[in-house]
Design a protein around this ligand. Sequence first.
Ligand SMILES: [Zn+2]
Length: 66
Amino acid sequence: MKGDVTMSFSRGPKEPVAEVDTKVWACTNDECQGWMRESYCFDSEPECPLCHSSMKQEIRVLPELK
Ligand SMILES: [Zn+2]
């Protein structure tokens, strides 16, 4: 059955995803990759879901959410 998965992804023209500057919360722990989109976070001072460190706001270029 190898190949079926590839087929389902190649159907139709691929739409390019626009990338936009996005406000995110990023973990302050250098050894942790935790971050989240600000629009998904309703806390004014969230803590990292992975390591529970404090988080800081930053701008990242991310695919636009529709
Ligand atoms: Zn973290």
